[in-house]
Design a protein around this ligand. Structure first.
Ligand code: URP
Ligand code: ZN
Ligand code: ZN
Ligand code: ZN
Length: 475
């Protein structure tokens, strides 16, 4: 009879497709058997618990240079510790092209930050900020071959935004190479116009960040990104969608048969622009782009998740310390919302908030939860079935959830490097009590027991959405 390294017994194993009461046998870091009465050298009793694939957070920013003396609150050690605390076992941060520096060089430096410093597995997307001939013709195609199979482009931010021609050029390379383009869709000129109007009127408090980026600027850019992708005949992922109008652009495109994918994030389900209206500078804690909007927008994002318009649910973890001159409260940031660094922490809170608000409140099934938090991101970005499911041969990345555990969310529970969570004080039902990465327990009952050299870097396959049917046999 087989004896496994570890057996998780008596739990209900849930994937994107099924739920089964069975044991999980783990050998050499992989799922080796699903069955009954399995024997392990170590045993974890999961009676009364759900045994889920570890989360795959396909949109996080870690130790990304921010300029202006601003420093992100997390390095790989703290961000991946927080991921594990919240049941996530793979994170996908961005390596941002720095203008004037070969992307390979920046990538090398970025790997050096992650290597040996990660509790969970890691894979990088690229951010393209300078699509010149060298990058488009040589560097990018070679990088796709090496497993960097997705890149993000921005339609806003002074130092990152691409114009429509540049977007078309990047999409053209994606088409040629089978990479997947992720788009931050907000109309930059419209935001600049609004910002200048607000500043002239003396409206500079953090809450005006939301006023400066209304839904229409997101809807317009979403439609434009979809149109450009249609022109090039390439799939596109619209990330961090915040409202109904943008969601409906994606639904319209999907119904038209275009290969358009959508992502929404925790903040758009549970925060609103009222959160930006705190005393003094407190609203800065919630400054992110697109901004959280209103209750009707939250409902639209839930609808998008439930109906499959959004196939991926991410955190867009982008942490800056609040009470810190290198974070949200730089001297410049105090003068206008325009200078408050955009982004909020969320890699640890993502799964508990969705489990509690989504599964426990009957808005989605457990299978849907697994789909949008683990299976779909893994599929979309070329990591499936190694990641995102519990099946024989898959990595034993597992989160054991206790649906009975209740908690009032406190920042300390999330174990990141920031000094706050935007979800402070929320009542949470259900918690990931044990997190395993490739068969090793990393987090147990809120205690870190893993080792920061355990996380591995994952080169990725091409997205199945990005390989055209007429080409799949050619590759
Ligand atoms: O405000 C945000 N979302 N900051 C992170 C960078 C990005 O645009 O995803
Ligand atoms: Zn590496
Ligand atoms: Zn973005
Ligand atoms: Zn982001």
């Amino acid at each position: 009879m087989n004896v496994y390294d570890l057996v998780i017994s008596n739990g209900v194993v849930v994937t994107a497709g099924d739920r089964t009461r069975c044991d999980v046998g783990i050998l050499n870091g992989k799922v080796a058997a699903l069955g009954t009465d399995l024997k392990g050298r170590e045993m974890i009793d999961a009676e009364g618990k759900f045994v889920l694939p570890g989360g795959v957070d396909s949109h996080v920013h870690i130790a990304q240079p921010s300029g202006g003396g601003i420093v992100m609150a997390d390095d790989f050690e703290t961000a991946t510790r927080s991921a594990a605390a919240g049941g996530t076992t793979t994170v996908m941060p961005f390596c941002m092209q720095e203008k004037g520096t070969p992307l390979r060089e920046t990538l090398k430096a970025y790997h050096a930050k992650a290597d040996g410093q990660s509790y969970v597995d890691v894979s990088f997307h690229l951010i393209i900020s300078e699509p010149d001939e060298q990058l488009l013709g040589q560097d990018l195609p070679a990088l796709v071959e090496d497993g960097y199979t997705s890149f993000k482009i921005f339609m806003t931010y002074d130092d990152l935004k691409l114009n429509d021609r540049e977007i078309l050029d990047v999409m053209g390379v994606a088409r040629e190479t089978g990479a997947l383009v992720m788009v931050h869709a907000e109309n930059h000129d419209a935001i600049r116009y609004m910002t200048e109007q607000l500043e002239k009127a003396g409206r500079t408090a953090p809450k005006y960040h939301a006023t400066s980026r209304p839904s229409v600027v997101e809807r317009e850019a979403t439609h434009r990104a979809i149109s450009l992708a249609e022109l090039v005949d390439v799939p596109v992922m619209i990330v961090h969608v915040s409202n109904r109008e943008a969601m409906e652009q994606i639904r319209w495109a999907q119904q038209k048969g275009l290969r358009v994918l959508g992502e929404t994030c925790t903040q758009y389900l549970v925060l609103t622009e009222d959160d930006l209206d705190g005393l003094g500078m407190e609203g800065a804690k919630y400054v992110c782009s697109p901004p959280p909007r209103d209750v009707a927008s939250q409902e639209a994002c839930w609808e998008g998740l439930r109906t499959g318009v959004f196939s991926v649910f991410s955190s867009d973890h982008c942490p800056f310390r609040y009470d810190d001159e290198q974070g949200k409260l730089t001297p410049k940031g105090r003068t206008s919302f325009r200078w408050v660094p955009n982004g909020i922490p969320g890699v640890g809170a993502r799964l508990p908030v969705l489990f509690s608000e989504g599964v426990m409140k009957g808005r989605m099934t457990l299978e849907q939860f697994v789909a949008v938090t683990a299976a779909n991101p893994a599929k979309t970005y070329g990591l499936y079935p190694r990641k995102g499911t519990i099946a024989v041969g898959a990595d034993a990345d597992i989160a054991i959830w206790d649906p009975e555990q209740r908690a009032t969310l406190r920042h300390e529970m999330l174990q990141d490097g920031a000094d706050y969570t935007p979800y402070e004080g929320r009542e949470i039902v259900g918690w990931p009590v044990t997190t395993l990465v490739r068969g090793r327990v990393v987090m147990q009952g809120g205690e870190l027991v893993g080792d920061k050299a355990h996380g591995q870097y994952l080169p990725r396959e091409r997205s199945p959405f990005a390989v055209r049917p007429d080409e799949s046999s050619a590759r």
